[in-house]
Design a protein around this ligand. Sequence first.
Ligand SMILES: Nc1ncnc2c1ncn2[C@@H]1O[C@H](COP(=O)(O)OP(=O)(O)OP(=O)(O)O)[C@@H](O)[C@H]1O
Ligand SMILES: Nc1ncnc2c1ncn2[C@@H]1O[C@H](COP(=O)(O)OP(=O)(O)OP(=O)(O)O)[C@@H](O)[C@H]1O
Ligand SMILES: [Mg+2]
Ligand SMILES: [Mg+2]
Lengths: 256, 256
Amino acid sequence: MSRTIVIANQKGGVGKTTTAINLSACLAVAEEPTLLVDVDPQANATSGLGIEVGPEMECIYEVLTGDASLGATLHHTELAHLQLVPSHIRLIGAEVELVGMQAREMQLRKALERIKSDYRYIIIDCPPSLGLLTLNALTAADSAIIPIQCEYYALEGLGQLLNTIRLVQRRLNPNLRIEGVLLTMFDSRVRLSKQVAEEARSFFKDRVYRTVIRRNIRLSEAPSFGKPIILYDAQSMGADNYLSLAKEVMNHDEES
Amino acid sequence: MSRTIVIANQKGGVGKTTTAINLSACLAVAEEPTLLVDVDPQANATSGLGIEVGPEMECIYEVLTGDASLGATLHHTELAHLQLVPSHIRLIGAEVELVGMQAREMQLRKALERIKSDYRYIIIDCPPSLGLLTLNALTAADSAIIPIQCEYYALEGLGQLLNTIRLVQRRLNPNLRIEGVLLTMFDSRVRLSKQVAEEARSFFKDRVYRTVIRRNIRLSEAPSFGKPIILYDAQSMGADNYLSLAKEVMNHDEES
Ligand SMILES: Nc1ncnc2c1ncn2[C@@H]1O[C@H](COP(=O)(O)OP(=O)(O)OP(=O)(O)O)[C@@H](O)[C@H]1O
Ligand SMILES: Nc1ncnc2c1ncn2[C@@H]1O[C@H](COP(=O)(O)OP(=O)(O)OP(=O)(O)O)[C@@H](O)[C@H]1O
Ligand SMILES: [Mg+2]
Ligand SMILES: [Mg+2]
């Protein structure tokens, strides 16, 4: 049984890509066949795994415009059970191309249908916006993880994200639910971090993961070596946090 | 002589709003009449100054759709020489409304014409995207400050931003130039911080400000009290950094 999880929050720089890369890697280390799909034109999940897509190679852009199957874009990574569907800056053009298409929000969902059964987990990284790319990801997903940075502005844009999720549930994907809210870049020395965490817990109640991702220098260094944290520095706090998140995500299956 | 400076970078969370608020506040403390214009639907510059706009009050949205003059939206702040044109989440609708209008990229520029002479500096905060709102800001500006976060992904999206600036220079605003590149969230304990700073300096040469904004907990706390850093904690490193940036921006005028 395959589960598709989207990492979504239109606020920039909150840890979507860091979560997508490291959650996928930790699931793969637990020998769960995992696919990471990069739907952000900035292609940070792609470069964060040390992969570069040239203009000739097919990527998620060709999948969404219907010019290639997902299978044709698959890349291996350093982890046996982790594969990647890469992105490229040309994906910026997809928002405009998709607008005129039939069932434009369904393109990713349709493409994933064919290969879904090969993976236990499919993780989708989104851009920092609520346009057609994120709508495609929300429509393709079974559930969403919402990273919330433990900083002042973090709670302000949430209303808009929840509205968009409700809209997608009503019109495009009735099964979509919120898998969990993940507190990121938590710094126990900062009073504000604790305040934001408390506010998020009182708003989202038990949907906030017990695992809190702490601010950790090694996490911000790992992508420059093209490696997930578990391969860059397995002893770090960052690796510890994402391993514990992967456990919570896997335990969630037993419960539901 | 009035100068309009836009703070732009489509990458999320790099310090655009923190720079817009604190640079404006430090210019105002130096008794230069300053206007801060919030063009981001998330309205972080508005809430970061402790201002809240209700659905009845006019804001930048009504200015861009032509339903109100800029003068009608002005708010006073705790600093005598700083005024704000606030934003509101309803600005999200402006991108769609503007698409069909004549000279849609010129709306902000036209609105600023009438009140420009009242201010020595006009600082514009942008959303993390390169859509019509940012295009309006780039078209209205004399120059752009590009904040670059000293982290791995920071240099990846720059090509796209520079392309957009060149496009605006060619077709909408030939006078637009890059005022400077500002290194933000620099952490001297992180090797990567130094690497990104070196790469930015070798690429942008003397357009990188000598002032580097260091990562500083007090900077991330200040907006939750609705105050710029100079009023929240004038002794902090963050206040020091932004005062020195304001000096560089003011000295720039003498040179050019
Ligand atoms: N727990 C953490 N500790 C330290 N740095 C972190 C942490 N999580 C993320 N970062 C760093 O913060 C920056 C933003 O994170 P990331 O790119 O994952 O956010 P994002 O939400 O994907 O951003 P965007 O909205 O641009 O896609 C990156 O430079 C990343 O390396
Ligand atoms: N020098 C700094 N030290 C510590 N925290 C900082 C610093 N600069 C910004 N921050 C914090 O980092 C987060 C992102 O900064 P900010 O909101 O200014 O970025 P932005 O580019 O405006 O984001 P967006 O793309 O969402 O508009 C905020 O929570 C802010 O308080
Ligand atoms: Mg990202
Ligand atoms: Mg901002």
